[in-house]
Design a protein around this ligand. Structure first.
Ligand code: NDP
Ligand code: 8X3
Length: 259
């Protein structure tokens, strides 16, 4: 039977770009109703229009900074009635800032990464999961990274935030034992999105260099794996996924062809 998310309400954080936008497109294509959240409303609204035109998708867009606990709580608590029962949460909003040594990096960069990748993910989880437990159904997908499994030079704090995401996924699954709510942690390797552009403060040459001579994953490749996880039968929990480009074997091993 083809996978379907008909009548399922999916909340995607960080849906304005990259992996989050790809998740929106793929889940819309199989019938989901979507709550799309990010700080930038304009790309969210453009995506909403595209999905409404292509698939007739019901879409709600929310301008939300996941670093603001009260804004997150309020956004979820005040969802219109038709949108309150979130079936699937894709905790995808995240970023990296810089590639500086731990003893030299700007403190602001640390704050931004920890507040977004760890605390922001927690705030959204805390706001959404009680409803899932009460309704007796739900699925949380946390987007980690290979960087949560291996640390690379200059990546200490980003890697630490993604190691935290991994621990939070494990902890949530433990805490939800005995409920019907599922938890999936997905750790992608190199994915070509706006990620490196954001990491390097808009330096597009440096960002492109990250993927030079190799074939990275696309946002769609990651969305594809997420769709697999969220369309398994209710008794099946895909707990942990490591998704790498064929050209990557670890954070230190990337095969690059001469160009
Ligand atoms: P993008 O930069 O393309 O997308 C990041 C998304 O996160 C954007 O939609 C951005 O929206 C949103 N975001 C960032 N900060 C906040 C915030 N404070 N509040 C709400 N939304 C926020 O990168 P990716 O698609 O690659 O990143 C998605 C996730 O995948 C991240 O968690 C990243 O760490 C992870 N990842 C990425 C990999 C890669 O190689 N690209 C590999 C492994 C994991 P806006 O700016 O509009 O708020
Ligand atoms: C993003 C992948 O290796 O650039 O999480 O940190 S990496």
């Amino acid at each position: 039977m083809p996978a379907s998310l008909a009548n399922q309400t999916v909340l995607i954080t960080g849906a304005s770009s990259g992996i989050g936008a790809a998740c929106a497109r793929q889940t819309a294509a199989i019938g989901a109703r979507l709550i799309l959240a990010a700080r930038r409303l304009e790309p969210l609204q453009m995506l909403a229009t595209e999905l409404q035109q292509q698939h007739g998708t019901d879409v709600l867009t929310i301008g939300l900074d996941v670093r603001q606990p009260e804004a997150v709580r309020e956004a979820i608590a005040t969802l219109p009635e038709a949108w309150g029962a979130i079936d699937i949460l894709i905790n995808n909003a995240g970023l990296s800032r810089g590639l500086d040594k731990q003893y030299e990096a700007p403190l602001d960069d640390w704050g931004t990464m920890i507040d977004t990748n760890v605390k922001g993910l927690l705030y959204v989880t805390r706001a959404v999961v009680p409803g899932m437990v009460a309704r007796g159904r739900g699925h949380v997908v946390n987007v980690g990274s290979i960087a949560g499994r291996q640390t690379y030079p200059g990546g200490s704090v980003y890697c630490a935030t993604k190691a935290a995401v991994r621990a939070l996924s494990e902890g949530l699954k433990l805490d939800l034992l005995g409920t019907a709510v599922r938890v999936t942690n997905i750790d992608p390797g190199l994915v070509e999105t706006e990620f490196s552009l954001v990491r390097f403060g808009g330096d597009s040459d440096r960002a492109q260099g990250v993927y030079q001579g190799m074939t990275p994953l696309s946002g769609d490749d990651v969305a594809d794996a997420i769709v697999f996880a969220i369309t398994r039968p209710a008794h099946v929990n895909i707990s942990d996924l490591l998704l790498l480009p064929t050209d990557q074997s670890s954070v230190f091993h990337v095969h690059r062809r001469a160009e």
